[in-house]
Design a protein around this ligand. Structure first.
Ligand code: NAD
Ligand code: IPM
Ligand code: MN
Length: 359
């Protein structure tokens, strides 16, 4: 098979631990399916600040741009939390998304039957939950002008939220397309009762909706959505929303699945190139202890195989392996009801690797 180039960025905290497990899965997929991957590792985030003096070194960007896809762990940690903006790991994360044109972030939240007891919610509420948050990733308040100034009452801080029609239209179209391949329901989430950017967002959705008559569209205010996600999660199919709302709602959706350690994501632009990363962060509280759940990263790799490479046989096999290992009762600590039976990060990775087989 054609050799696919994958840039691998482990990052900080639990990043290296979870990415190592996904790399084992990558090797197993080569053996079982005959695909060929060439990986190139790059420094990014806190470790790059320490070693290169910047969170996103030129070399890392070059490696990503010359690859077919990027696998990313997580960045950030207390060591860099009080750094100035340009020396923060998170600034590198925003820059890499922007530089690579990744405006669309897909975050699936699926409740595995056998994990219903791992969630803090009642099992009957979770029954059948299978939703996808489509988060706008390169606009809004994350990227608007930010500054400080002296005001009448001490320092003032300003974050501006800007969206143009083109930005809204391309993410909304993506979401309609995604909904068309699923249960054909789209919830557009905004705060149109207060925010001008949300009113523009809603106008664009209403303008495009007639082009997709088979999709049922509802507008939901973000505060209500946060509540409905806990009340009737199974009724959601695709949720499309702006950058910050999508950040918050996807962490909330993670808890439906039992743990943020279960949530994968794909960040896409116009072409097939993509960056794949777990939704969770660097988890400094558990880093370096083999406590992290590697499933979010492993499922992100499955998304890469399906969405960038079109290797759906490998993607299906990984997802099936994860389900089998969970069905057999294996749990990392975050999803274990009885923590004394929890297994380590690498043990979970090894079990999943062994379960990967051709259909
Ligand atoms: P976090 O997602 O890192 O952790 C939140 C909680 O979830 C912690 O208790 C953590 O132990 C737990 N957790 C996270 N991932 C887990 C996993 N795979 N297995 C088991 N438990 C897991 O969020 P935070 O604590 O708010 O942020 C920590 C750092 O990560 C910050 O510097 C933040 O900016 C950064 N961050 C980075 C990314 C990214 O790189 N994409 C995403 C979110 C946060
Ligand atoms: C995420 C993270 C990032 C975000 C942070 C670390 C900048 O929370 O990927 O969800 O807010 O986009
Ligand atoms: Mn987040």
């Amino acid at each position: 098979a054609e050799v696919k180039k994958i840039a691998v960025i482990a990052g900080d905290g639990i990043g290296p631990e979870v990415v190592a497990e996904a790399e084992k899965v990558m090797k197993r997929v080569e053996e079982v399916f005959g695909y060929a991957f060439e990986t190139e590792h790059a420094r990014f985030g806190g470790i790059a600040i320490d070693e290169d003096g910047t969170p996103l070194p030129e070399e890392t960007l070059r490696i990503c741009k010359s690859a077919d896809a990027v696998l990313l762990g997580a960045v950030g940690g207390p060591k860099w939390d009080s750094n100035p903006k340009e020396l923060r790991p998170e600034t590198g994360l925003l820059a890499i998304r922007k530089e690579l044109g990744l405006f669309s972030n897909l975050r699936p939240a699926v409740v595995f039957d056998c994990l219903k007891d791992a969630s803090t919610l009642k099992p009957e509420v979770l029954e059948g939950t299978d939703l996808m948050v489509v988060r706008e990733l390169t606009g809004g308040i994350y990227f608007g002008e930010k500054f400080r100034r002296e005001g009448q009452h001490g320092q003032e801080a300003v974050d501006t939220c800007v969206y143009n029609e083109t930005e809204v239209e391309r993410i909304v179209r993506q979401a309609f397309e995604v909904a068309g391949k699923r249960r054909k329901k789209l919830a557009s989430v905004d705060k149109a009762n207060v925010l001008e950017t949300s009113r523009l967002w809603r106008e664009v959705v209403n303008r495009i909706a007639p082009e997709y008559p088979e999709i049922e569209v509802e507008h939901v205010l973000v505060d209500n959505c946060a509540m409905q996600l806990l009340r009737r999660p199974a009724s959601f199919d695709v949720i499309v929303t702006e950058n910050m709302f999508g950040d918050i709602l996807s962490d909330e959706a993670a808890m439906l699945t039992g743990s943020i350690g279960m949530l994968s994501s794909a960040s896409l632009g116009e072409g097939s190139f993509g960056l794949y990363e777990p939704v969770h962060g660097s988890a400094p509280d558990i880093a370096g202890q083999q406590l992290a759940n590697p499933i979010a990263t492993i499922l992100s790799l499955a998304l890469m195989f399906r969405m960038t490479f079109g290797y759906s046989d490998a993607a299906d096999a990984i997802e099936k392996a994860v389900a089998e290992v969970l069905d057999a009762g294996h749990r990392t600590s975050d999803i274990a009801v009885d923590k004394s039976t929890a297994i380590e990060t690498s043990a979970m990775g090894d079990l999943i690797v062994s379960a990967i087989a051709k259909a």
